[in-house]
Design a protein around this ligand. Structure first.
Ligand code: SAM
Ligand code: DTB
Ligand code: SF4
Length: 316
């Protein structure tokens, strides 16, 4: 089937609302046309600069505005980052993603240190991704020159709901960074969070923005909100897995070639729930003991799940 970037919001809403079993069947059918069955890409995340962020993203325990257990720490040393990356590679990760609690990188010693470590991790033979906030053109270019493979920058939610979640930067700022990353030749990774109190129209709206980009993002991370104590969203109710399954399946059908990544929130989900997500079109996860600041399944736990489900690590 042709890859489309001309989706109407109503079409995506109709797909999203399809009876569940038919929706999963459709998504799995599309999945198998574009990707091998039973294979999941394993990525690994590392927060290289934690906490102390000036932004006000209501879900985030790293914002200085909220009183959470996260302590601000300086940029990790290169050796510590490399050691972490080597361990992830030894455990089967084929992509390592480095994250900083920054609004945007500031040019100078810290950004240069990030460029240097990207080069060294890329030399280990793995895809390197990073998520450093808002980029300008020269930063995007220098990241590419340093050997960066992908840039992660999430839309997080719909254009309409966005101001209820973040006020310190706009939805259009986000789109601009994605455009710059793409122009610099970086693979674009962009998705969002569900379970923040948004409506179904907001969820579909976010997918619509992603699926009408040309080309589509190569990776679409979908996070379950981790409701962290101290953040304004700490009391948000736990989301039924069916909501995530519908999002994943709609994303898979609308963006058949994208890697759909099940990201934050897996630790509080059973193997059965995760298997439903795989069936609906997920073909990538983050593995390793931490997401950024919150717990995640370590490699051995995911390995057991893979054995149980007969899944192999997808190498791309
Ligand atoms: N500071 C940079 C930025 O925001 O662009 C990069 C790191 S930021 C933590 C990366 C993404 O993590 C956010 O856009 C959001 O989608 C996700 N995230 C952060 N906290 C989360 C939470 N509590 N639950 C789910 N996803 C979360
Ligand atoms: C993404 O979409 N989710 C990851 C990664 N990209 C950077 C981050 C999840 C963070 C979850 C909360 C925490 O661990 O602090
Ligand atoms: Fe800062 Fe990123 Fe957290 Fe927003 S999501 S508060 S920009 S670290």
């Amino acid at each position: 089937m042709k890859i489309r970037s001309d989706w109407k919001k109503e079409e995506l809403r109709a797909i999203h609302d399809t009876p569940l079993l038919e929706l999963i069947y459709r998504a799995q059918t599309v999945h198998r046309e574009h990707y091998p069955a039973n294979q999941i890409k394993v990525c690994n995340l590392l927060s290289i600069k934690t906490g102390g962020c000036p932004e006000d993203c209501k879900y985030c325990p790293q914002s200085v505005r909220y009183k959470t257990e996260v302590k601000a720490t300086p940029l990790l040393k290169e050796e510590a980052i490399l050691e972490h990356a080597k361990k992830a590679i030894a455990n089967g990760a084929t992509r390592v993603c480095l994250a900083t609690a920054w609004r945007a990188p500031r040019d100078g010693a810290q950004f240069d240190a990030v460029l240097s470590v990207i080069r060294k991790i890329a030399d280990l033979g793995v895809q390197v991704c990073c998520t450093l906030g808002i980029l300008n053109e020269s930063q995007a270019r220098r990241l590419k020159e340093a050997g960066l493979y992908a840039y992660n920058h999430n839309l997080d939610t719909s254009r309409e709901f966005y101001p209820s979640i973040i006020t310190t930067r706009t939805f259009d700022d986000r789109l601009r960074t994605l455009d710059l990353a793409e122009k610099a030749g970086l693979s674009v990774c962009s998705g969002g969070i569900i379970g923040m109190g948004e409506s179904v129209d907001d969820r579909v709206g976010m997918l619509h923005t992603l699926a009408t980009r040309e080309p589509h993002p190569m990776s679409v991370p979908l996070n379950f909100l981790v409701a962290v104590p101290g953040t304004p969203l700490e009391k948000e109710p736990r989301l039924p897995v069916w909501d995530m399954v519908r999002m994943i399946a709609t994303a898979r059908i609308a963006m058949p070639r994208a890697m759909i990544r099940l990201t934050a929130g897996r630790v509080s989900r059973s193997v059965e729930e995760q298997a439903l997500c795989f069936l609906a079109g997920v073909n990538s996860i983050f593995s390793g003991e931490k997401c950024l600041t919150q717990p995640n399944h370590d490699f051995d736990v995911d390995q057991k799940m893979f054995e149980l489900l007969g899944i192999q690590a997808y190498v791309s």
